[in-house]
Design a protein. Structure first.
Length: 141
């Protein structure tokens, strides 16, 4: 199957994308370990900014841009399309997590948070974007 990802003219620094994944993992762990459900609402807001509005309104992205600049990391520019799609998938996951929490479900939000955390860990550790890998199957259908 031909690999298809949403392509855009926008470019982002992969260092920032991986730090975004790190912060996501931290919020997921805070929820799983300490039941910090407010972190899921924050992630929902932040994913919405990155996936549907503009990353300039994402507190996570803007903070990580400043961290990368302060550390003077050499930028590694990549296409923003797959990361925008991944943020949109993050919106879906966090909506379902928050909805599950609102309905007083216990296992359902934890399982979804675990999956989202695992996806984010893959991005953080290996630069592997799961959303970009599943996009061709969604586009085909």
């Amino acid at each position: 199957m031909q690999k298809v990802c949403p392509i855009t003219e926008k470019r982002i620094d992969e260092n920032v994308a991986r730090l975004n994944a790190f912060i996501t993992v931290v919020f997921i762990l805070l929820y799983i370990v300490f039941n910090f459900w407010a972190g899921m609402i924050f992630l929902l807001f932040d994913f919405t900014m990155r996936g549907f509005i503009d990353r300039q309104y994402s507190l996570i992205a803007q903070t990580n841009i400043k961290i990368v600049q302060a550390l003077r990391l050499k930028p590694k520019l990549i296409n923003a399309g797959p990361k925008i799609f991944a943020a949109q998938v993050g919106v879906l996951f966090t909506i379902l997590i928050v909805l599950g929490l609102a309905l007083n479900y216990t296992l359902f939000p934890l399982v979804l948070a675990g999956i989202l955390g695992f996806f984010s860990f893959l991005e953080l550790s290996f630069g592997f974007c799961v959303a970009c890998q599943i996009y061709p199957f969604i586009r085909r259908g």
